[in-house]
Design a protein around this ligand. Sequence first.
Ligand SMILES: Cc1cc2nc3c(=O)[nH]c(=O)nc-3n(C[C@H](O)[C@H](O)[C@H](O)COP(=O)(O)OP(=O)(O)OC[C@H]3O[C@@H](n4cnc5c(N)ncnc54)[C@H](O)[C@@H]3O)c2cc1C
Length: 305
Amino acid sequence: MEKVLRDGFIYMSQNKTLNSLAKKYGLRFGASRFVAGEDFKASVPTIRELNAKGLSVTVDHLGEFIKTVEEANTNRDEIMRAIEIMAEEQLDAYMSLKLTSLGFDISDELIEDNMRQILTVAQRVGVFVAIDMEDEQRCEKTLELFKKLKSEFDGLGTVIQSYLYRSEDDINHLAPLKPNLRIVKGAYKEPATVAFPEKEDVDHNYVKLVKLHLANGNYASIATHDDHMIDAIIEHVKENNIPLDQFEFQMLYGIRVERQLELVRQGYKVRVYVPYGRDWYGYFMRRLAERPANVAFVLKGMVKK
Ligand SMILES: Cc1cc2nc3c(=O)[nH]c(=O)nc-3n(C[C@H](O)[C@H](O)[C@H](O)COP(=O)(O)OP(=O)(O)OC[C@H]3O[C@@H](n4cnc5c(N)ncnc54)[C@H](O)[C@@H]3O)c2cc1C
């Protein structure tokens, strides 16, 4: 039953007609539990509330199904505006973005130019930017662009996925750049030719990669909701006297809120990934696919409207 629900939500997340309808009707069906607002200004009160609870934030501008240069540039402008507002409002927040929403699949020049414009603004106002990692076919090019831009803009990070066989080499290869890397398990469906098919191996590699990145002396953003991962890393940092300012935990907005606050109480830095934007539909469906128990919220939301 869980698998049927999961596949159904993954299928719905990719349906363009439903996506356009969702955009037209606005944040509904309990989506506000996972998405802060349809524009950045509307998301500011949520970010402030999180900051007041001791949680840092990374904001993610949702933008999917990009086909034209105009759409990519509209997303770029929106991201630059949000970065400026973040600085003006003195929020404890930084920006996460997906290269596909800025024209990654349109042309190399476009994506590099859009990234340079964003990073120029971000550097001027002192806001950090993280490049999310998408599917494996885009990994090599994403890391190449990251390396190129990181040598010019210091406040830039990216993501490494523990389900990929290549990730250990990537961490070692990137180490001399002293990058802030977010380490995740990986959210895309990948073949066994490039990714560990067994969850056990993905989990084992997760802890191994975090330890490796810390041992290289670099800053780790440990992004997981999994207690086994979190507990193993806490044990490791205590045993090895890793300073508290060399890592942080990250979780998604609306997920495991109690654990987020508990980590803050224990003195750890925790950053919440807060998505916003009119393109909330695909993100929301993927959260439901990840954990069909969340469907109860949707049903309640539907009854209320
Ligand atoms: C801040 C952040 C940024 C991310 N960025 C990227 C990215 O750039 N690229 C990418 O590919 N992926 C990204 N991801 C997604 C990531 O790859 C995983 O798909 C996702 O985090 C699920 O894996 P997990 O480690 O949380 O735990 P899982 O292995 O999915 O679950 C393990 C356990 O964690 C707990 N848990 C997990 N989810 C929930 C939930 N919804 N509610 C309650 N308990 C739960 C349960 O106890 C579960 O048994 C990001 C995740 C986070 C938190």
